[in-house]
Structure formats: structure tokens, C-alpha cells
Design a protein around this ligand. Sequence first.
Ligand SMILES: *Cc1c(COP(=O)(O)O)cnc(C)c1O
Length: 418
Amino acid sequence: MTAERHAPVRPLLQHAEMSQFAVRSGELVVGGMPLTRLAARVGQTPFYAYDRGLLRSRVAELRSALPAAVKLHYAMKANPMPALVCFMATLVDGIDVASAGELQVALDAGANPQEISFAGPGKRDAELRQAVAAGILVNLESARELRPLAAASEELGLPARVAVRVNPDFELKGSGMKMGGGPKPFGVDAEAVPALMRDIAAAGLRFEGFHLFAGSQNLRAEAICEAQRLSYALAVRLAAEAPTPILTVNLGGGFGIPYFPGERRLDLAPIGDNLAALVERAARELPEAALVLELGRFLVGEAGIYVCRVIDSKTSRGERFVVTDGGMHHHLAASGNFGQVVRRNYPVGLGCQMTAAPNGLTTVTGPLCTPLDKLAEQAPLADVSVGELVVVFQSGAYGITASPQQFLSHPPSAEVLV
Ligand SMILES: *Cc1c(COP(=O)(O)O)cnc(C)c1O
């Protein structure tokens, strides 16, 4: 690994083309506006910008690839910016929240409570009570959640709407982050679900179905299809012991986007075919159930960029560094410190030199006094000057709210929807 650092070779693997954004006279265009003008409009760097047109076209692309009967939910932990959640609420069928804080944003965004679901381990009693009062669906992660839900239901005179998040007996292959299968803090082990369903019915709660989420950031369509088939089959098996007809089967998501060299965009066609077959089976086997997908990064990740400005440019023992005003404190994921095992570069570019040929390798860092603060390591870039705008692509998900903004007390990032 250390020998590799100094090898002056161009990486063999390329990033996927960031062709979702237009380029005009060499300058990146975001939300219809050239980047320098957008930076002036925002009034500061660093900032995140999310492109409404790209959000809309991503949802449209997905809708045309998937059967119309499949409901599309936005998992808002990927990007909880209130304006963005408002916009997404007009495009998707529902919002998945992971805390009472997110629930508040989803409700403010005008999302229909009937189509909001709440997953996450360690829901506090107060959060469960808020969920009952809001009339949203709670995905039970543990038998413990039953008692506070029943208490809130009785107190408020509203039966809690519940689904059971099932920890399946399989894993999502090729997934960046596994969240199901084996021992997990998420959900209820499949074998314990029948007893829990009996308890739900006995407590007088409204049982609506199942939630399965096998993992995240998967770029292999076949692996996603297999997880969906296995999840569906598990739901059918468990439905045989359910107290009431199944109204919803949330098959999870896990659709990935290409972040690193060599990764390519997910092929939606086989996923659409697979879901069409499952919709047909569900019409017979679970006639009252809607199939739901919950996607975060796939819906918003490619529509967002992070923009920072070069403060300094220097050469150290033959290696070129540019230091920017942005870094890991705003964009932990691009720095490689958010779940990556081996640090790899997000796609980066120079906002006003999008068509310039690379001239050697440049390491882009932030202003923090730690070697962890890298936005790109030895990236092929054109010559960079102080004052230029550096763009980190694929930044619409797990950006600012997944970053340690207080670390080293630098100014916060701005965030705009354009
Ligand atoms: C994080 C999470 C998601 C969203 O994952 P993405 O990789 O952003 O699509 C969806 N559902 C659950 C239960 C999650 O925990």
C-alpha cells in the first residue's frame, strides 16, 4: 500500500462519467446555472448543491423501469434537507424516517402520514408516542417496542399501525453495508416473528405487514433481484401466521450509485422484470399487499455536488497538493472515513475546467490539521490555481448530516436546492 502511493502511474480504472450534469464552455452547470454564478449566488464556499431537474429525472427513470404497482419511498436519512424532502415528497409515494426528528421534517414537508414509515433500532418511548399520534407506520425492530406502542395507543385512543422489520436468514450479496442476515441489531429474527405477531394482535395494535432491508450500496442487479425474491418469499411464509391480511411488504432497496473507479451504474431493467414477476405473484398470494421499495442514495446521490475553493497549492517532495476550504468536516464520506475499508476517491473535478485534460496527479485536502482530511488522493486533474472551484460529485446523499461539522471549528457548509 505504501509503495503504491508514490507510483506516478495513472489509475487504470476510471470513474463513471458524471454525464448527469451539463458542461458549458468548460464550466459545470447545476440547476441550469453555471457554477461560478451559483457560487456567487450562494455567497460562500463550501456548499452543497442539489439539482431539482436531476432529482425529478431520476425518479422518472425509476418509475419507467419498475412496475407501476410498486410504491417508491424516499429514505430521508440519505439527505434530510427540508427543502429537498419537500420536493421529494411531491415525486415519491412515501417517506421513510429513522427518528422523530426526521418525522417532523417529513410531516412539515407535507408527506401523507399514511405513507410515512419509521424504522430504526432504539426508538425511544417518546418517539413511539409521537409516531402513534402522527398516524404513521412503525416498523418494529424489537419486541420491547410493543409495550410503549400499546400504552400510547390506549392513551391517545388510536391503534398504532405496525409492521415488523424482519432480520432475514440471508444476506444481500455484493452490498456495501449489510444490514440483515446473521446476528444483527436491526429487526426481529425471522424465527421470532410469528410469536411477535401474536403479541401485536393481543395488544390490539393494527398489524400491516413486513419490512425487510438486506443492505445498502449494491451495484449488482442480480444480487438485488435475488434479495427481493428471498425477501418476498420470506414475507409470504410469515404471512401464513399473520393475524390479519398483509397490507404492505417493504422489500427494502439497497440500490447503489457508482462512487469509485471501476464502478458502473446499476442496470434497472432486470430489477424491473424481477419486480414485475413479484407483483404478479403478490396479486395471488398477498392480494391486499402493496410492494414498497425504500431508496435513499439512489434517488438523491447523483443529483448533488459539494463545492469548495482552493486556498493553497503546494508541492511536497514531488507530490502536488491543493488545500481547499472544504473537507471531511462537511463530507466525511468523500474523505473515506464513512464506512470505507480501503480509501478510494469519489469523482472530483475542477468546476471551470471540466473539459481540460488532466496534467498529472493532485491530492486535494481540506483545512483540517489531520491526515484524514482528504477529498481526493492523487487524482488526475488539470493544473489548479488558488481560488478555483473544486467539485466533488456523487454528493447528494450522506453528505453534510453524515459529517462531523464541529470538528476543528471551521465554518459550516451552505446547502442549496437549485
Ligand atoms: C439507510 C437505510 C435506507 C437507505 O439506504 P440507501 O443506501 O441510502 O438507499 C433504507 N432503509 C433503511 C431501513 C435504512 O436503514
